[in-house]
Design a protein around this ligand. Structure first.
Ligand SMILES: [Zn+2]
Length: 477
């Protein structure tokens, strides 16, 4: 029961923040400011956005947990809003699942050694940036297309690799992060990647002989900035615009890797931060931290230092309702997490499957589940109610099969609904915006009606009594 109590405490605290933010976002100037016939590039109408904010406000308004024969309790199921880009509750859940799934592969990649016991792959932490802009969606597009072009430079062509730095990457995990720029308030979109490379990445601005000479002259690691600019092995033109909108080119020193990123961006972005990950940690950490890392095995230390690749930016850090709306619209239908090479998993980045529950039928010690309890959020009290038992094991199996049938029927309706929506969105430019929005909204109403009828049938079967699930059991967006 202690596990459940701590889960509830944590959820209650997070809900306090999400509820407040959702309410503010619903009344934000962004939502109030958009016209009735607004349709985002991602295909969202005003009604869609309001609906998504409502789901955000209702996230985790009920949860269910399982009790096992050995007395263990585990969170089994909950009503999540499934919008990790804006919801802290969902972000935490997605983050911990990814970590659980990928940590063993990362540890194995770090441990990979040749017959002499030398590590085969070098881990790097990379951060790629594009120039800031006020449109989240376009910025994500720009970052993703630049990253694609950058990876292509290292792809296999015929029998050989084309020589790009990405060709050295055996496997990588990448995540897009959106932050609110300090001062400007504009969204900053970054791509963080953890990459395991078969060779050292070429990130040197100075040629080796030049670097050695300068190190001798200034002392190791003390080379002044301007010396880099004067002695670089490579230079490139960086394109930018001044306040009046005139194009300005600046010649900058680049490494082979940053040159490839700059070329991939069409000459406008040169910012790549590359950090090799070492057993003893990065330069500048405290002696205590370093001792702690050194005491760990090499693989442990690498995993520990690269945990942030799973981190989800929480919008609650900003508590900015306008920004929340922008991120909600800009990330809709976007793939923000991806895996490559030895870490590749086709499921990454796809929307979550609503049937993907976390509860297992057996506890850690192998004891079977004996009961399920449901806890609902009490709005007026601002806390969770007492647990109510909702099932008996065998009856649940029956109800579960009815639920999967209903879900599969709903899946088919949803497929058609999404195809229709995409088709309607394609009519922009042919029909007036108002007509397209009206078609989208009335198609949504129709879809909702279909789904409600489906769950009405489920309700009449009384399966919901056994499962303790309110039909309709979550209308998908
Ligand atoms: Zn949520």
């Amino acid at each position: 029961m202690d596990t459940i109590r701590s889960i509830l405490r944590e959820l209650r605290d997070k809900r306090a923040g999400t509820t407040e933010l959702a309410a503010k976002a619903a009344g934000s100037s962004f939502l109030q400011g958009i016209p009735a016939d607004y349709l985002s590039d991602s295909g969202l109408t005003r009604t869609d956005i309001a609906g998504k904010l409502q789901r955000f406000a209702d996230c985790a308004d009920w949860i269910e947990f399982k009790e096992y024969g050995d007395g263990q309790h585990r969170l089994d199921n909950a009503h999540y809003c499934k919008q990790p880009a804006i919801c802290e509750i969902c972000a935490d859940r997605v983050q911990s699942r990814r970590r659980d799934r990928l940590a063993p592969a990362i540890s194995a990649a770090a441990a990979l050694a040749d017959s002499d016991g030398r590590h085969v792959l070098r881990p790097y932490f990379l951060t790629f940036t594009v120039a800031p802009g006020d449109d989240v969606e376009r910025q994500i597009d720009k970052l993703q297309s630049t990253f694609r072009a950058f990876r292509k430079k290292g792809q296999r062509r015929g029998d050989h690799y084309s020589g790009g730095e990405w060709g050295k990457v055996a496997g990588a995990v990448a995540r897009i992060e959106i932050k609110k720029g300090q001062g400007s308030g504009l969204p900053h979109v970054h791509l963080h990647a953890l990459a395991f490379c078969s060779e050292r990445l070429d990130i040197e601005i100075l040629a080796a002989s030049r670097r050695n000479a300068l190190n001798r002259e200034h002392g190791a690691g003390q080379i002044p900035r301007e010396e880099y600019a004067r002695n670089a092995a490579r230079y490139r033109e960086l394109l930018s615009w001044d306040f009046a909108g005139n194009a300005v080119t600046t010649t900058i020193p680049v490494s082979k890797l940053s040159e490839e990123w700059l070329d991939a961006s069409g000459g406008v972005s040169c910012n790549v931060d590359v950090r090799p990950v070492h057993h003893e940690g990065p330069r500048g950490i405290s002696a205590k931290k370093r001792r702690r890392l050194q005491a760990m095995s090499y693989e442990r230390s690498i995993c520990e230092q690269t945990r942030e690749i799973f981190k989800y930016t929480s919008m609650l850090d900003f508590m900015d309702p306008d920004f929340t709306c922008r991120v909600l619209v800009g990330t809709h239908g976007r793939r923000l997490f991806s895996t490559y090479g030895i870490f590749f998993n086709p499921k990454d980045g796809r929307p979550e499957d609503p049937r993907d529950f976390e509860g297992s039928d057996l506890s850690d010690s192998g004891a079977p589940a004996v009961a399920i309890y449901r806890i609902a959020w009490n709005k007026s009290r601002g806390s969770y109610s007492d647990p109510v038992p909702v099932e008996i094991a065998q009856a649940r199996a029956l109800a579960d099969s009815l639920r999967s049938e209903t879900l599969s029927a709903q899946g088919k309706l949803l497929g058609q609904y999404r195809r229709d929506r995409a088709e309607f969105c394609g009519l922009r430019g042919v029909l007036s915006p108002a007509a397209v929005v009206e078609m989208l909204d009335s198609r949504k109403d129709f879809f909702r009606g279909q789904v409600s009828r489906l769950w009405e049938h489920f309700k009449q079967s009384r399966a919901w009594c056994i499962l303790g699930v309110d039909p309709p059991w979550g209308i998908p967006e």
